[in-house]
Design a protein around this ligand. Sequence first.
Ligand code: C5P
Length: 222
Amino acid sequence: RAEALLDGVRILMTAGPTREPVDPVRFLGNRSSGRMGYALAEALATLGAKVALVTGPTALPSPPVAELVRVESALEMHAAVMGRAPQCDIFIGAAAVADYRPVDPAVRKIKKDAGELTIQLVRNPDILAEVAALRPGPFTVGFAAETDRVIDYARGKLEKKGLDLIAANQVGGERGGFEREDNALTVLWDGGARELPMMSKTRLARELAALIAERYGDRHAA
Ligand code: C5P
């Protein structure tokens, strides 16, 4: 039965963008809508998984998951994930986490006194890589949004971050994945690959959920 594929499996996921505070009223953000992650969370729950979703701010209705944790910044997302990661079987990083944050957000609103303003940025933790490095750790799934050489970069990321599965898509241009209703993915793992052609994010999420269940099941049967 398809519905029972992930019965009782504990899945921790991230989705949506992060907001990196500049001052009390401003942030650095990105164009992630959260749609793919939310659709995937719902599809996994439909397969019987117990899903905890850590999400950045989105305009979407709450998906039907066991636990929904709302965060804003990458540091908040990191804390919410690392506190829960030891208790999950599968971790999926679908969030568009900001790579950098302002070093020292201003306590008061920045005034437009000067003609130029420099904001110094510092690297954020790589949440997915940290979870993938846990021993014992969950089965880890990442996303790679690339503008070019999609497969090469995704394969590199799979190895460098030590992931079990990576879903890669092209962003920008005609096939762009952000802010769109449909998407296509190439899913890679050690020794295999599968193309999920252009379709609605809802259908794509179901196909990806089934593939995650299949790869996770394989791993555990091995
Ligand atoms: O390295 P890159 O940002 O392209 O990797 C994308 C993957 O890593 C996504 O799965 C994303 O959710 C995850 N990620 C993360 N923490 C970061 C940056 C990316 O979890 N700071």
